[in-house]
Ligand binder design. Sequence first.
Ligand code: ATR
Length: 283
Amino acid sequence: MIKMAGVMGYPISHSLSPRLHGYWIDKYDLDATYEPWAVKPEDLKETLKNLALDAPKKGGLFRGTNLTIPLKEAALPLVDILEASAKIIGAVNTVVVNEDGKLIGRNTDGIGFSDSLAEHTDIKKFEGGTALVLGAGGASKAVVYAILQMGFSRIYVTNRTQERAQELCTHIGDNAEVILWENRTKVLGEIDLLVNTTSLGMAEQPPLHMPLKGLKSNAVVTDIVYVPLETELLKEAKAAGNLTVDGLGMLLHQAKAGFEAWYGVKPQVDKNLRDFVLEGLKK
Ligand code: ATR
């Protein structure tokens, strides 16, 4: 029987997820679909309820869905079981229908971030280390969560709007400390990982001003922006001889857990997938 999943958001036409999951469905030759669904926040409750009625236990097709802007927070009270990842990050990006037709809400952005780093470097070395996170928006919560899971012992969070950084640290950052946006370059000599989670440096957004003087030579620099793939931050870090990880990996790796839960196959992130998704970005 066909297994059906998809991605809900509003608007949804720009989403790369159908291309990404479609690639895996073809690769693993599955009897499955992955659809883009345009759903407004006010319609999410009804849509999820109706789809849950079409669950496998009742002979239905619906296995679950990804959620994107503006639905990730709206889904928190709408699922039957909220996993710790979604509770802590404060957003649901993946919904899985279990055997009882119950909706499980989880967040795979954090694991997407750490798996993407792990593709390029041994993340065990970060245990006990120090990270600096630029930004305190939705994406930043998932990144800080992942950083804690990786065993960093200190996380500096800095954001233009300081209260948001403070809120984030209070909410999930056990070992997190807010530093002023103006002081963001002052801790470069201490950190093992630098992450940009702001929209700065993204195409059509203002540039990120982040001189890297003083950064340790073995520090890893990563950006969650992936348009352009090589941001100015990554360019500068590479020129300084630091290891860099671009933002596309997080998008690819966050998709694995949903795919496996819905379709029963553990998918691989590889260069072919990356190139295929990159082609979609050019369209
Ligand atoms: P998302 O949920 O996708 O992370 P967001 O919540 O809008 O998006 O967060 C965007 C991030 O980029 C925030 O950290 C934001 O800082 P503020 O909290 O001060 O808004 C940051 N950002 C956006 N434009 C910025 C700018 N011109 N200068 C500094 N930071 C900026």
